[in-house]
Design a protein around this ligand. Structure first.
Ligand code: AFP
Length: 342
């Protein structure tokens, strides 16, 4: 490989000059970069560092925490607090807002420190997801209301994937770029410039064990995919399910497809499964910036006005034409269901 490579630091500096930034965004993302390198190291050490298994505690959502969930959360809190850029943070693993005392920072950080943690003990890809918001003028980082901004307000978002290699994928609203960690020199290198999601695809990801709970538009879409070349779509579809949204979104960025964790008959009460503020919003920002779409079924995810830090939402995202189709199926269903009620 050529030594003429673009590192993440060089890329951020260049973006700062091109878009006339003050350097704050570069600094915010530098904190994240270091955080993800440290988590990657801990994930890679696995059983040798005693990092596997459960922590014996539950998070705010009542989910069992793995040791690495707790460790990754601590690394995020510690490493991103030091620069004083963030006024406050919110995490999947913490019930309330975490205030960075003594910080004059004007940004808010939301994160899922280790997404897909049920994969840790079986050595399958996991990741970290983050979203950065501006602290509204006159607001304090201590209040929950400061965080309750729709996804369109994000200034940056991204994820790290700890897979067969470690990658950091970022957007600041000017497209999506992917960086691979060169483990030998400890530097992220630009390997996937300007990532674009193909508009058409023949691959879907959904937890099929929930098929009996699916709403009719989702069932219609999947049934048509499964019917393959002999069905209405006239072609065969492939299926994948990694059980880590980071890995599903990464696959979609690399080769297209659709990922769904929709609202279904079993999770309606909670609003869905995935968390809006630190899972759906950052991924929706990335997907849209790469030319794809992200909806709940009916609505654009980035337009949702949040009501809670740990709010859940239905998620359908990926290749534009496939998501358009799913949206159409939801509209068709609502139109006919509406008529049936009259
Ligand atoms: P964890 O981070 O708690 O493992 O959850 C992962 C996740 O939120 C998302 O990344 C997956 O797509 C989804 O849950 C998997 O859910 P199922 O276990 O229902 O397949």
């Amino acid at each position: 490989m050529s030594y003429k490579r673009v590192t993440l630091s060089q890329f951020l500096m260049e973006g700062q000059h091109r878009y006339g930034g003050s350097g704050t965004l570069t600094s915010l993302l530098t904190d994240i970069r270091t955080t993800c390198k440290m988590i990657s190291h801990e994930v890679n050490r696995g059983a040798m560092a005693g990092n596997m298994g459960v922590a014996g505690t539950e998070n705010v959502q009542g989910e069992e925490q793995k040791k690495l969930d707790v460790l990754a959360n601590d690394i995020f809190l510690h490493m991103t607090a030091q620069s004083g850029n963030y006024a406050a943070m919110a995490s999947e693993e913490l019930e309330d807002v975490h205030v960075v005392h003594g910080s004059a920072g004007r940004y808010l950080l939301l994160f899922d420190p280790l997404d897909g943690s049920s994969n840790i003990d079986i050595n399958i890809a996991v990741g970290s997801v983050f979203s950065i918001l501006r602290l509204p003028d006159g607001a304090s980082g201590e209040t929950l209301e400061s965080f309750l901004q729709p996804g369109v307000k994000q200034v940056a978002a991204g994820y790290a994937i700890y897979g067969s290699s470690t990658m950091l994928v970022l957007t600041t609203g000017h497209g999506v770029n992917g960086f691979t960690l060169d483990q030998n020199i400890g530097v992220f290198v630009l390997t996937h410039p300007n990532m674009r999601i193909p508009e058409d695809a023949s691959e879907f990801a959904i937890n099929a064990s929930r098929a009996r709970f699916w709403e009719p538009p989702v069932k219609r879409y999947i049934d048509e995919c499964l019917a393959g070349a002999e069905g209405p779509r006239g072609r065969d579809f492939n299926m994948r399910w990694v059980a880590a949204m980071v890995a599903e979104v990464h696959r979609i960025l690399c080769r297209g497809g659709v990922f769904m964790y929709p609202v279904d008959d079993k999770n309606t009460k909670q609003g869905g499964k995935l968390r809006l503020m630190y899972e759906a919003n950052p991924m929706a920002f990335i997907v849209e910036q790469a030319g794809g779409r992200a909806i709940t079924g009916q609505d654009r995810i980035l337009d949702i006005n949040p009501t809670g830090l740990h709010q859940r939402v239905g998620v359908i995202l990926g290749s534009k034409n496939e998501v358009d189709r799913l949206e159409r199926y939801h509209q068709d269903y609502e139109a006919t269901a509406g008529k049936a009620e009259v």
